[in-house]
Write a protein that binds this ligand. Structure first.
Ligand SMILES: *Cc1c(COP(=O)(O)O)cnc(C)c1O
Length: 391
């Protein structure tokens, strides 16, 4: 059972039914893929008064409406906007709630390109960027300045998987009327419902689990009542638009999100159960494990776990050994992104990637995405790679 945003239909049912209107499209189950720019008006009066649903395809068409409506229901949002990548969704969400002279707090464990955006774009707009330790919880209050207007969260953190006490951070931020943002890509809206926790802008790299097949770049931003108007205005002003074929593939992915995630979760549990018995492996980073420092928060706030996890090699591992392990993998591809049906691995070094958290710069870690293959085959692959690297 997963969270039910509307307290009526289970989210699995909402995933299957939301954003569809068969009777509006001759009974066809799915909405049409509308390739469009110009929309015609029946007369000048309708045109100049804007009295028709669609005005110009940059501002939306029946295909984008369908995905936005579906996510609006799934996320319990006042409104949803689509972006052309997850990073674009993050940038638009931040720009919608900061202005010159403001101070934004960003979790130290935020996705690397989020930091890059904050460090390269925001200072030029006279926005003061400060990174905070993700474990801060309600003590985030102590970091507030008179000009703090936004708090950016991400849980679990990128590469290192630290959980954050989102409800406590959101409650504190709302006391000063700051906007709370959350990158919720890891859990997807199926396993975590940020708006119910007080998050104002709930962000997905739709590229990952919503699309689910490694074939489209997509971002989504779901907004609370408080954040919606500014987001809608900024999004329109920036001319953001996602092509209908990509939107359609996002919709198509959404329909099977619950079965895919259930399998990713199950496979990950099997693989990690084996991995933790291996002498070359140090800490495993995955909040669904009881041994994980974020487990209690995960259990309280999330209704499931995805296929993205990490592990550290035992401390005396060299870079050569870490790379030899990765190079020996045959089923795990070496590649960025994740959320597709396939297993992936990347090397992780945290040197220079954190400024408010203590990290061991010499530690060698790996991020794994556990795909939909048979987990026993994945274990064999990891086993032979460990044997080769640590022979
Ligand atoms: C991949 C990712 C993004 C960015 O998504 P893109 O679609 O690749 O731009 C943002 N946040 C997290 C946590 C991600 O893993």
């Amino acid at each position: 059972m997963t969270n039910t945003p509307d307290n009526k239909r289970s989210i699995e049912t909402v995933l299957a039914h939301s954003g569809r209107d068969p009777s509006g499209f001759h009974g066809f189950v799915n909405p049409p893929v509308v390739h469009a720019s110009t929309v015609l008006y029946p007369d000048t009066k309708t045109m100049v008064t804007g009295a028709q649903k669609f005005s110009y395809a940059r501002r939306g068409n029946p295909t984008t409406d369908s995905l936005e409506d579906a996510l609006k229901e799934i996320e319990g949002a006042a409104g949803v906007k689509l972006a052309n990548s997850g990073l674009n969704a993050i940038a638009l969400a931040i720009l919608s709630c900061v202005k010159s002279g403001d101070h934004i707090l960003i979790a130290d464990t935020a996705y690397g390109p989020t930091r890059h955006f904050a460090d390269t774009v925001l200072p030029g707009l006279n926005v003061d960027v400060e990174y905070y330790n993700p474990a801060v919880g309600a003590n985030i209050k102590s970091l507030f300045k008179p000009n703090t207007t936004a708090v950016f969260t991400e849980a679990p953190g990128s590469l290192t998987f630290e959980m954050q006490d989102i409800p406590a951070i959101a409650a504190a931020a709302h006391e000063i009327d700051a906007t709370v943002l959350m990158d919720n890509t890891w859990a997807s809206p199926l396993y975590c419902q940020p708006i119910a926790f007080g998050v104002d802008l709930s962000i997905q790299a739709g590229t990952k689990y919503i699309v689910g097949h490694s074939d489209v770049m997509l971002g989504t931003i779901a907004a609370s009542e408080k954040a919606w108007h500014k987001l809608d205005t900024l999004h329109g002003a920036m001319g953001s638009h996602v092509g209908p074929d990509d939107v359609y593939l996002g919709l198509r992915g959404l329909r099977t999100l619950s079965v895919r995630l259930e399998r990713h979760q199950k496979n990950t549990a099997v693989v990690l159960d084996w991995l933790k018995t291996q002498p070359a492996i140090g800490a495993i980073r995955y909040p669904a494990l009881e041994s994980d420092p974020g487990h209690e928060i995960w259990k309280r706030d999330f209704s499931g776990a995805s296929g993205l996890c990490g592990f550290d090699f035992a401390t005396r591992t060299t870079q050569e050994q870490a790379y030899a392990f990765l190079d020996a993998l045959t089923l795990f591809g070496l590649g960025y992104s994740w959320g597709g049906f396939e297993s992936l691995a990347i090397p992780v070094r945290l040197k220079g990637m954190r400024s408010a958290t203590n990290v061991d710069p010499d530690l060698h870690s790996v991020r794994l995405h556990i795909g939909l293959e048979d987990p026993e085959d994945l274990i064999k692959d990891l086993g032979q790679a460990l044997d080769k690297a640590f022979a």
